[in-house]
Design a protein around this ligand. Structure first.
Ligand SMILES: Cc1cc2nc3c(=O)[nH]c(=O)nc-3n(C[C@H](O)[C@H](O)[C@H](O)COP(=O)(O)OP(=O)(O)OC[C@H]3O[C@@H](n4cnc5c(N)ncnc54)[C@H](O)[C@@H]3O)c2cc1C
Length: 460
């Protein structure tokens, strides 16, 4: 392992809106993780766990402290194509996972919009997919995980064994211990394709109705909302395909996203062409063109990778937001509150000259994890461009949104929000949940070694 001094570097969040100078260490096994805890003790430093660093906010940042980059612990330990059970180290990415299992006719039951995330990071945030209303978050598909606690104790957790740790380390933002290996159950698929139905929506009310009425008939549903002109949108709802068992379509050569546009231009350059459009007028033009071209209701078949990882089509797209990056805000609202609140939030954003440039909608259901973000309702993920001029105004507006969401009985997703404060966290989770989480932390991490910028911001 490196010494502390040689590892000092500045890390950023995925949105490039935050920077945190820290000591970044990359352990290769549990002994090295434990050695880092010892190092932290010697130097009086705190430790933050980091997977692929794809959280939009400060979840895996630790200004002035140690960051444990777990991406080198990335072995798929065991894969059983007969049962669909896979056991992986926590640094395995969703990309590695689907590459392994799809050729055998399986797909991860829950994936994020990017395949770059690690399983440890996915459990830390308890991620949801476009099928959250049906399959719940990733935690519901974990059979077992092992974790190393700062004390050096190794624990094995499942719904039956250490259930309190199981349901709190999943969603626990890496604050209770380091998840080291994970056993997950994959979803059997009969084809390399999904069938996607796309249709336009003219108003927010129509959009919500489409999500609500559409969800029961589909395996996945997701919406795009034009948050600049406010109201226009499009729904994409998909089902697994059962009548095209062509094994060639499950192979990586068919599924892998092309790295070049029209076979010529490297897609890694595309974000430079997007930058000039990342302003109110440019986004208005793009959204209007997108809506006009989406007016035709149509159905098409797509590979799993293309359907799920649309955001990976343009590598480094987040850089197109410019020097100060972007903030994503994703509130979760009870069914009946979504229409008035989305309408109000978007009106406030418009009035203040801070329109979000992207709006993505999903249908959700509640789950049992302690710091869960999901509920029986809808989420709207909003991407805001950050500039020197707008940073403070944006922060104030998002804290105002937090108050509105709280009043409406909504929930927050700690892998996304950048502005939520301790009072809001307490009001959202309730004193009992916060006390339970802190009690568990007192048990697994009595010296308080595990902390992150996010933890300090939301728990105080
Ligand atoms: C383009 C894009 C699309 C996305 N789409 C979705 C989506 O559809 N649904 C969704 O839910 N999220 C989505 N996200 C958010 C993302 O899935 C989460 O932030 C996820 O946690 C990132 O995983 P990571 O490996 O990058 O973890 P990091 O961001 O590095 O860490 C996330 C959290 O997990 C903790 N952690 C990391 N490793 C471990 C470990 N081994 N043990 C315990 N805790 C650990 C960290 O301390 C941190 O609190 C998206 C993000 C991006 C950039």
């Amino acid at each position: 392992m490196e010494t502390l001094q040689t590892t000092f570097t500045t890390l950023e969040n995925f949105g490039h809106s935050l920077r945190a100078p820290s000591y970044c260490l990359q352990p290769k096994n549990t002994d090295e993780i434990y050695a880092t805890f010892q190092l932290a003790r010697q130097h009086g430093l705190t430790v933050t766990l980091r997977g692929a660093g794809r959280s939009y906010n400060d979840a895996s940042l630790n200004g002035g402290g140690i960051v444990l980059d777990l991406t080198a612990m990335n072995r798929i330990i065991e894969w059983d194509p007969a049962s669909g059970l896979v056991c992986c180290e926590a640094g395995v990415t969703l990309e590695q996972l689907w590459h392994k299992v799809l050729p055998d006719g399986w797909w991860p039951p829950v994936v994020s919009g990017t395949m770059a995330t690690t399983l440890g990071g996915c459990l830390g945030a308890n991620i949801h997919g476009k099928n959250n209303f049906r399959m719940g978050p990733i935690g519901e598909h974990v059979r077992e995980f092992t974790a190393l606690l700062p004390s050096g104790e190794q624990v094995t957790c499942s719904p039956e064994n250490n259930p309190d740790l199981f349901y709190s380390m999943i969603s626990g933002l890496g604050m209770l211990g380091v998840i080291t290996t994970i056993t997950l159950k994959m979803k059997k698929v009969e084809s390399g394709l999904v069938e996607v139905h796309a249709w336009p929506t003219r108003t927010i009310a129509e959009h919500l109705q489409s999500l609500e009425e559409g969800a029961p008939g589909f395996d996945y549903i997701v919406g795009w909302l034009d948050t600049v002109t406010v109201g226009h949108g499009q729904i994409h709802a998909a089902n697994y395909v059962h009548d095209d068992p062509d094994p060639a379509k499950m192979q990586l050569s068919y599924q892998t996203l092309p790295s070049r546009l029209f076979g010529v231009m490297p897609k890694s350059l595309l974000h430079y062409f997007m930058t000039p459009f990342m302003n109110d007028v440019g986004v208005w033009c793009i959204n209007t063109a997108k809506y006009i071209t989406s007016l035709r209701r149509h159905t098409f078949r797509q590979s799993h990778a293309a359907f799920h990882f649309l955001l990976d089509y343009v590598p480094l797209w987040e850089l197109s937001y410019g020097r100060n990056g972007l903030i994503q805000y994703q509130p979760f609202l009870p069914k009946e509150e979504a229409l008035p609140l989305w309408t109000e939030m978007l009106a406030i954003a418009k009035e203040r000259g801070l329109p979000p440039y992207l709006g993505v909608t999903k249908r959700h259901r509640p789950d049992k994890c302690l710091l869960s973000h999901a509920l029986d309702g809808f989420s709207l993920a909003l991407d805001f461009k950050v500039t020197d001029r707008t940073r403070e105004k944006l922060s104030a507006m998002l804290q105002e949104f937090d108050r509105l969401v709280l009043e409406a009985g909504g929930r927050f997703y700690f892998a996304k929000n950048s502005e939520t404060r301790p009072e809001t966290t307490k009001a959202f989770l309730g004193e009992e949940t916060v006390a339970k989480f802190k009690k568990l932390k007192g048990r697994t991490d009595p010296e308080g070694l595990l902390e992150s910028d996010l933890y300090r911001r939301i728990f105080g």
